[in-house]
Design a protein around this ligand. Structure first.
Ligand code: HEM
Length: 133
């Protein structure tokens, strides 16, 4: 029997809509004065691969028929020391992108909820004072 509830992937408009989201969001992140540093020094080809992985991951995570072959979120962000404050900057840009692309509720909240479901894997738990190099 057909599932009567379309996936978030379908409600957003499928692969091309997700690619448009990533193509709008990534430049905001990489040029941000606080978190742009995480992508500093990456060559064009490395950024192209990164962009493709993020498109595939989001397509997969929103229920699309995409076989994500990249690393899991914990492994790919481990050691970057992404802070809660960095995460809040990311969310601010994601909201701006969703608004600029005209993504309406409930899809807007659903995209943020999908991203938010990985916060525990991406943000590193604050360490006690003095434990960081
Ligand atoms: C503050 C927020 C974030 C920052 C600063 C960040 C930063 C990064 C960086 C620098 C890499 C590249 C690692 C490398 O190539 O060596 C990466 C990989 C990746 N990120 Fe993030 N990220 C953030 C949030 C997210 C979110 C919310 C998602 C998706 C829900 C995501 C999905 C990915 C994927 C799919 C990869 C590639 C995995 C692989 O290499 O196989 N990231 N991230």
């Amino acid at each position: 029997m057909l599932d009567p509830t379309p996936s978030l992937y379908r409600r957003l408009g499928g692969y091309d809509a997700i690619a448009a989201f990533v193509d709008d969001l990534l430049p905001r992140l990489t040029s941000d004065p606080q978190i742009g540093v995480y992508w500093k020094g990456k060559c064009t080809d490395s950024m192209r691969k990164h962009r493709q992985l993020v498109v595939d991951f989001l397509s997969f995570a929103t229920g699309g028929p995409v076989d994500y072959r990249g690393l899991d979120m914990k492994t790919s962000h481990d050691g970057l020391r992404i802070s809660e404050s960095d995460w809040n900057v990311f969310v601010k840009h994601a909201v701006a992108t969703l608004d600029d692309l005209g993504v309406a509720e409930p899809e807007k909240s659903d995209v943020l909820a999908v991203a938010g479901s990985f916060v525990g894997d991406i943000v590193e738990a604050p360490q006690s004072a003095g434990s960081r190099a």
